[in-house]
Design a protein around this ligand. Structure first.
Ligand code: SF4
Length: 351
């Protein structure tokens, strides 16, 4: 039997014109997966061109599986959270090779794929295969917390369990795909984080947060996000035809992307100290260091301080920097760089 909540939600859904999005109504599990991964931590407007580019270049899981990692990373450039692209590529290869190209068709099997969490598995299972599995994302949590006055912090184990149980108890078992799309749309169009549209909301008669005037108190969060600072000093070594670049292979932000030779420090560091560090790492005694540009960039848990330096060396042929390769300048447009490095290289007409 349909819950009263589901009836109201679906009624709202019928009478509301939804934004047109290229993945709406999609039944191909691969394309649903692609859109959901792109939309994690990303606004629809920002994610849409990436989805269209990926869909065009890799229309099937096989196309993505056979692509080179550098190519996938390059296409993802600018979208951030690069582990998403690496997992996407890895999982496409797994589906192609191990599952003979057949996308799993149950929540349990989809959830086993690398990089696929509860939310994405529920979205694919319900949209593509009409499996009765409720999605729980930030929009759903906010709305359920307000409507039912749920005080358990959503970022705790108990909270995750409670929200998942309540969401599952409300779903319309006959139309799980439409219901899931509707509840996410409702959270992003009506029950907004700031200034929700309560005056016209179909839940306002029973909504606990609205009736107790406690909208800003929901949802409840337990942890405060701690912001860590990182200090990245990048060195531009170049001559008229080449420059040094290196791939980020460590388990860290931007893994799989390219960068310039790097000196990471624990605080903003004076050029004199950077010069000393270069001396200890470079195989050449003679070089000239010039400070060029500084930027800051906020990521979800980090503030990154970038300092770019140019290092001129007289003996280009002998130049070596551990881990870096000499690359023709005309080819660096084929490499994926983190946003700020890309900006610096573009501003210096290198991209
Ligand atoms: S009444 Fe307001 S707070 Fe409650 S569900 Fe509707 S929009 Fe959200």
């Amino acid at each position: 039997m349909k819950s009263a909540f589901a009836s109201l939600l679906l009624k709202w859904n019928k009478t509301t014109r939804q934004r047109s999005m290229p993945w709406r109504g999609e039944k191909d599990p691969y394309l649903i997966w692609l859109s959901e991964v792109i939309l994690q931590q990303t606004r629809v407007e920002q994610g849409m061109p990436y989805f269209l580019r990926f869909k065009k270049k890799y229309p099937t899981v096989k196309h993505l599986a056979l692509a080179k990692e550098d190519e996938v990373m390059k296409l993802w450039q600018g979208l951030g959270y690069y582990s998403r692209a690496r997992h996407l590529h890895f999982t496409a290869q797994y589906i192609y090779r191990e599952l003979k190209g057949k996308f799993p068709n149950t929540y349990t099997d989809i959830r086993k794929l690398k990089g696929v969490g509860d939310y994405t598995a529920a979205a694919i299972a319900s949209f593509a295969f009409e499996e009765n599995k409720a999605v729980v994302d930030g929009n759903v949590i906010r709305m359920l917390a307000r409507v039912f006055g749920i005080k358990t912090p959503f970022d705790t184990t108990a909270g995750k369990k409670e929200f998942a149980t309540i969401a599952q108890s409300l779903i319309d078992a006959e139309k799980p795909g439409i219901y899931n799309q509707a509840i996410m749309d409702f959270g992003s169009l009506v029950c907004l984080p700031q200034s929700p549209l309560c005056a016209t909301c179909v839940f306002r008669k029973t909504c606990v947060a609205y009736n107790k005037d406690l909208i800003e108190d929901f949802p409840v969060r337990a942890k405060k996000t701690e912001i860590k600072n990182r200090y990245l000093n990048y060195l531009l070594f170049r001559n008229s035809k080449q420059l040094l670049v290196q791939k980020r292979n460590e388990k860290d932000i931007w893994k799989g992307l390219y960068e310039l030779p790097l000196i990471e420090t624990t605080k903003v560091t004076a050029p004199k100290s950077i010069e000393k560090e270069i001396k200890s790492r470079l195989n050449l005694a003679e070089f000239k260091l010039t400070e060029r540009k500084a930027y800051t960039q906020m990521l979800s848990h980090r503030k990154i301080y970038f300092h770019f330096y140019e290092v001129e060396v007289a003996d280009w042929a002998s130049l070596k920097w551990d881990g870096a390769i000499k690359t023709p300048i005309r080819q660096i447009c084929n490499y994926g760089f983190p946003k700020t490095i890309h900006l610096y290289l573009s501003q210096n007409s290198l991209l």
